[in-house]
Design a protein around this ligand. Structure first.
Ligand SMILES: [Zn+2]
Length: 117
């Protein structure tokens, strides 16, 4: 597969876009499943089956969302993971992932705002 080589700026913008999609998915997924639960509850007699279906969809949804995100979680500068620190796992605060603008491994970009139009 031939891919046009993206500039660091484009890669960085893609990275932030992927992070936003992750945030939206994590917020939307439970809402979708609650609506789905209401729907399935009326449609299926067996409530246990409904709960099992919802749990399977929840797990699949989160796995898909996270793996999709991890595919983009690559720092344009150091080629390590941008949001998830691979070296100092104990140091990273989980919530950082939703606010981080700099790579957790190499601290690039030095001036994040210059990359955002
Ligand atoms: Zn980096």
């Amino acid at each position: 597969m031939l891919k046009r080589k993206l500039s660091k700026k484009e890669q960085y913008q893609q990275l932030l876009k992927a992070r936003n999609q992750l945030t939206i998915s994590i917020i939307l997924l439970p809402i979708i499943l609650i609506v789905l639960y209401e729907f399935l509850e009326n449609w299926l007699e067996n409530e246990k089956l409904v709960i099992i279906i919802i749990i399977i969809l929840l797990v699949l949804g989160f796995l898909f969302t996270i793996f999709h995100f991890l595919a983009y979680d690559l720092c344009p500068w150091c080629k390590h993971q941008f949001f998830m620190s691979s070296r100092k796992l104990g140091n990273s605060r989980g919530i950082d992932i939703f606010f981080r603008k700099k790579c957790c491994n190499c601290k690039e970009p030095k001036n994040p705002d210059s990359f955002l139009d």
